[in-house]
Structures are given as structure tokens and as C-alpha cells.
Design a protein around this ligand. Sequence first.
Ligand SMILES: Cc1cc2nc3c(=O)[nH]c(=O)nc-3n(C[C@H](O)[C@H](O)[C@H](O)COP(=O)(O)OP(=O)(O)OC[C@H]3O[C@@H](n4cnc5c(N)ncnc54)[C@H](O)[C@@H]3O)c2cc1C
Length: 528
Amino acid sequence: MQKTISLKLLPSEAANETLVKKYLAKAEAVKESAISGYFIVKQSIDARSRQPWINLSLHTFINEPFHKRKNMSFQFKDVNQASERVIIIGAGPAGLFAALRLIESGIQPVILERGKDVRARRRDLAILNKEGEVNPESNYCFGEGGAGTYSDGKLYTRSSKRGDISRILNLFVHFGAEEQILYEAHPHIGTNKLPHIITAMRKQIVDCGGKFLFEKKVTDFIIHNNEMKGVRTADGNTFEADSVILATGHSARDVFELLHTKKILIEAKPFALGVRVEHPQSLIDSAQYHCEIRGDFLPPASYSWVQQVEGKGVFSFCMCPGGIIAPAATSPGELVVNGWSPSKRNNPYANSGIVVTVEEKDAIKAIKTNQLTLNNTDSPLLLMEFQRSVEQKAFNAGGGKFVAPAQRLVDFTENKVSATLPNCSYLPGLHSFSLKEVLPGFIHQCLQQAFKDYGKKMKGYLTNEAVVVATESRTSSPVRIPRDATTLQHPQIKNLYPCGEGAGYAGGIVSAAMDGERVAALISLTLK
Ligand SMILES: Cc1cc2nc3c(=O)[nH]c(=O)nc-3n(C[C@H](O)[C@H](O)[C@H](O)COP(=O)(O)OP(=O)(O)OC[C@H]3O[C@@H](n4cnc5c(N)ncnc54)[C@H](O)[C@@H]3O)c2cc1C
């Protein structure tokens, strides 16, 4: 007999297979020897009470031989001789998953990526972290795997209606991710493992006959009679195709500018901007698990919160337990921070973006009240320019080389410049500075209030042991590239498929991957 059984166990018990079998036998009133094996269907931590518990849902084999979990399988076709080809601009999750989906349908994808492969990209990240120099084509946002490659690799999303999350997770496992991402409530992969998975995806695409071209920055679109015919790249090459998937991410400002210059409709889209806060991980563990020391059987704790301050949403974003704050700018003179973690999340710090929603009316008000100087307010690029101007202020406040302006957390809420700063994971270094001078007034005030409010909810959170670093600005795209809800094509340009986070249809790795699949599946139906 096979049966799914729920257990609630202590963390140490859940990690002990013999004990788990014993509890399963007890739950079914059978002998322990009757339980031939089990695999986990769902696993979550319940840390609401003083004693944290592990909730398990276990597919159990009773009095019959045990079989391992059957993961999804995929059929990737040989597309060398395919009569249809689709250009994909950008090798982030949206572009990669679109390519794999096209290959499943027998269509040849041609991926044009402005950045480098994961290995070469790593060298550029080292230069950025150690020498404070950014390569505008190869950084934490640009290059093979896109912004998701050197990330925490959190794989959860609220967009369950937008696609098949389980298919995305199974594809990650197919290309080398640990099976536990299939059952954990909050799965993540980690920066050390993601590059191998991305490389395996590329190998599959190339082995099937797809084209994967690096250092191919798309700089122009070839359009005849409002129909997409191909693209031109910075090195002077031309690529023709039946359809073009535009999956260039939220940081490809030159792509937004190109669209706008060519009078291809784009729209300003609300996004969020703020800071990244870093605490000692042990402090977050104590607060979340109600203990002095976390122990061996619980993972580094995370947190997530949303507050309303003066009618604006303030929320934590991309929390990285045991993580590192990364310089995620794509151009010189602009400072952007984000976060990543290794798979074990074993660094001594916990960092999280804390951001405030920004709408067009906020940007216009900030300009009118002299909080910001921007020239053109009547433009779909308004919020992108708003974002850029705050990043430039942060860069200048840090003093260059991506040294970031920072304040201790309590000092931030009390408008004090910190006399000293605590140790921090951010490698380019910190410079003590009043972030009031960097952030637009409404963002600064909302953050101050939200930190004070959340400090009342999580014991120890509002502390000067924590440091606030500016600026977390690339949370989502400040521009939307519109598309028809049915055809997924741009309303003006036939066969142009805006896709992923940069076009405004995703926020995170899984939702971008799902959007890539969705667009590719629709193109497959159209072409076949
Ligand atoms: C440091 C960091 C940590 C993150 N952590 C997480 C996390 O833990 N979980 C999560 O869900 N999300 C995380 N994110 C966000 C996540 O990475 C993005 O949501 C996701 O990658 C978006 O996918 P995408 O394919 O739409 O775009 P992107 O990943 O941005 O990919 C776009 C690609 O297009 C390429 N490109 C841009 N312009 C051109 C051009 N003109 N020609 C050719 N190629 C071009 C870029 O080089 C890039 O490779 C993180 C992001 C960063 C930067």
C-alpha cells in the first residue's frame, strides 16, 4: 500500500530517517518493518511557538517495495534542421526556459546574449568586488543565466496562476539542482550551484542544435511594415528570424531607450526602491526560532514583512539568510545593491532589501519638491530616470569604486550619521553617510517608520548592530513593454514578444522562467 502521511516532528527527529520510519509505523499502527521507505512530498518549518516544528508530508510505502520519486521527464528534439527559428534576446531565466520549450516543440532558438558565459562572467564579478570597476556588459545582471545566476536562487513565487511551477522546478532538477527544491516550502539553490545548472541548460540547447551566442548585444530591430524581421548586434551582425522574444531583463536601459526612440510603445511601470539591511544571522535566528543558538537541525532563519506607511507599501524583498550583499550596478557611476547566498547559507549575516513602492505621481512630486532633478517628466522612461538618479546619488555619496553609503539601523531611524559602522558582507566597502541625503524624502520617511514598526514585532530587529546600505533599486522593471493578452505580441509590432521581468511580466526567477515558457509555447502553436 502507498499512502501520504503527515507528521509534525522536532527538527532533530525529522533529520533522522530511522525515527521518521518509527513515527510512520506508529501513525499507521503497523510494525516498523512494514515501512519499506518514503519520500518527502512537502516540508515546512512552523516556528510560531517557542519550539519550532517540522511539518512533513510523506509518501509512504507500506508492505510493498519502495520506489524512488518519479520526477518529470523531458523530450528535447534535434532542431538542427528545423525550418522555424526564433531569436531570443537575453539568456536570463525567461530566455533560457523559452529556448528549452521551443526545442521541445522542434523549433530552433537563437539566443543572443550581451554578456559572457558563467565562467568568464565570474572574473568580471571579482574585478567589480575587489577593484570597484564594473563591466557594463558583464556584471551581476548581465551574462549567461541573467540576473538569477549569482543570486540566492530562491525559487518561490506568488504567481502560481501564470504557469506550471512544478515543471520549472523539475527542469531545474533535470539540469542538476537538488531534489529538495521539489518539496521544500521555500526552496533555494544558491550561487555556488546555479552556474553549473545554467551551463547544463546551455549544453542541452546547443546539443539539440540551438544557437547560443555570447557578447552579442542587440542594438537595433529590423522591422518591415510593423512586422519584426530580425535584429542587429553591436558588432555589426544581422540575425533574421520568424519571431523575436525580447527577454532583456529590468536593467537593459538601452533596450528601453531603443524602443522609445523607435516609437515602439512602452509604459512607465510602478516599481520599488529602498535599501538593503544586514543583521547578524544569529540575531535573526534567535528572534525567529526563540532560542539562544539555532543548532544543527534548522536552516538559517529568514523573515518577510509588509507594512503600510502613509498609504504606501513598504516591504522586505529578496531576503538572503547567510548571505552577502552584492554590488549589482550595470553602469559606472551608479550604485545598486542586491543579495545572494551560497547553497548552505552559511555566512554570518542576514540581508534583505527593504523597499517602498514608487509610482509616477511619486516621481513627479519628488521633482516638484526639489527632492530630485529630472528633465523630462512626460515620458515612459520617467521611473527609469528616477531610479537612475537615486543610484547616481548613492554612488557619489559612497565616494566612488562602489563603496556604498550606509548607516547603522537605529541611527538611520533617528537621523544620526553613524560614528562607526559594523562589519558587513559587502565587499567594496561602506562609507558612513546620512541616507537622508541619498533617498527621496518620501522613501526615507516611509523606511524610517516601517523599521520602527517592524522593530516592535521582531525582538532585537531594530538594533545598531544592523546596517542599512543604499540603494536597493532594481527590484522590478520601471518600464512595461505592452503585449496583447491573447497573442502575447507587442500591440504595434507583429512577431515581437516582450517577455520576462524586463517587459514587466515577471518578478523573480520562477515567474520569469514561466513567462519564457508561456511565450515559447504560444509561438510554437503559431508557427506549427
Ligand atoms: C544579485 C541578485 C539576486 C537575486 N536573487 C533572486 C532570488 O533569490 N530569487 C529570485 O526569484 N530572483 C532573484 N533575483 C531576481 C532574478 O534574478 C530576476 O527576477 C530574473 O533573473 C529575471 O529574469 P529575466 O530572464 O526576465 O531577466 P534577466 O535575468 O535580467 O536576464 C536578461 C538577460 O538579457 C541580457 N540582455 C540585456 N540586454 C541585452 C541586449 N541588448 N542584447 C542581448 N542581451 C541582452 C542580459 O545580459 C541578461 O542576461 C536576483 C537578482 C539579482 C541581481
